[in-house]
Design a binder for this molecule. Structure first.
Ligand SMILES: C[S@@+](CC[C@H](N)C(=O)[O-])C[C@H]1O[C@@H](n2cnc3c(N)ncnc32)[C@H](O)[C@@H]1O
Length: 292
């Protein structure tokens, strides 16, 4: 057996290779995040510690994390958090792990706050299907005048979202509501902006997702129904009664259902200016419309 010491660099190289063979999309990043977690340091600090040999307790902790990652547990669940819009969000098995694509929705919403709603105070925003609270918290952090209503059907998800709002000190501007889309709100509730990253995966597509998603993330956060458009259709129907005139609806979707959802919004009497917005990778990622 090799007598070479298990330095930080050697651990990273071995683990990267192991994760690559176990089908990870980002083997080196996974190895770095887990080793940094086991050593209680930042990823950047690993780069100045390549020749150091982690102490035995750190190696034991790291080995266990690597074993579980090899079984498919997402890195974010192993370390208990995920970065989104440069903010750290607590996550667990009850919430979808925030995805980088969703940052695009936050950018669009903040643009509207700074342009169309610059003179409005407060800017009332609903985040429908808040999950970890990623969208609501990022908006509250970056738009001082935003007053949010964050809704989810899952009470355990709302507990995580509340924790994240408190941790980022925006809980005084976010009201959390448990319910089915916008149904649970008071009759009077009205918004300048309704944002949502709803479940939009079809039942067939779900079967094609990686085990790391299917076994560890909540199915109700992902699957909408046989076509993937069901929740979006219901949200469009409900949103027209909740937006002020000129208010905006922003919905994240998958490029596979983008055209169908655009047609749904175009055929809704309540909306005008329906359009799709591409993400940085050039994929149709957002459906946007205006309340007449
Ligand atoms: C795709 S996840 C989005 C989570 C978070 N907003 C994000 O972008 O990371 C969808 C969320 O919608 C919630 N959800 C699903 N159906 C719902 C419904 N009918 N009413 C309210 N929330 C729902 C799920 O519990 C889940 O938290």
């Amino acid at each position: 057996m090799s007598q070479e010491p298990w330095t930080v660099l050697r651990l990273l190289e071995w683990t990267t290779d192991f994760f690559r063979k176990h089908g990870s999309d980002s083997p080196r990043l996974d190895a770095e995040v887990l080793l940094a977690h086991a050593r209680e340091c930042s990823r950047m600090e690993l780069y100045t510690a390549f020749n150091e040999e982690p102490a035995e307790p750190q190696r034991v902790a790291f080995r266990e994390l690597v074993r579980r990652r090899g079984e498919g547990v997402p890195v974010a669940q192993l370390v208990g958090f995920k970065e989104f819009y440069s903010l750290k969000f607590r996550v667990d098995e009850h919430v979808l792990i925030p995805r980088p694509e969703t940052e695009h929705l936050v950018v669009e919403a903040l643009d509207l706050c700074k342009s169309d709603f610059a003179g409005t105070d407060p800017i009332r925003i609903a985040d429908v299907g808040t999950g970890s609270g990623a969208i609501a918290v990022a908006l509250a952090k970056h738009a001082d005048k935003a007053k949010l209503t964050a809704i989810d059907i899952s009470e355990p998800a709302l507990e995580i979202a509340r924790w994240n709002a408190t941790h980022h000190e925006v809980d005084d501007r976010i009201e959390f509501v448990q319910g089915d889309l916008l149904d649970a709100l008071d009759d009077q509730a009205a918004f300048e902006l309704i944002c949502s990253n709803p479940p939009y995966v079809s039942e067939d597509e779900y079967e094609e997702l990686s085990e790391s998603v299917r076994l560890y993330e909540p199915v109700e956060a992902l699957v909408s129904g046989p076509t993937g458009t069901e929740t979006i259709q219901r949200l469009i129907d409900q949103a027209s009664g909740r937006l002020v005139s000129g208010g905006a609806l922003l919905i994240e979707l998958s490029p596979m259902i983008a055209t169908r959802c655009l047609e749904m919004l175009q055929s809704s009497d309540g909306f005008t200016d329906a359009r799709l917005v591409k993400d940085l990778a050039g994929h149709q990622r957002l459906l946007v419309g205006r309340r007449r």
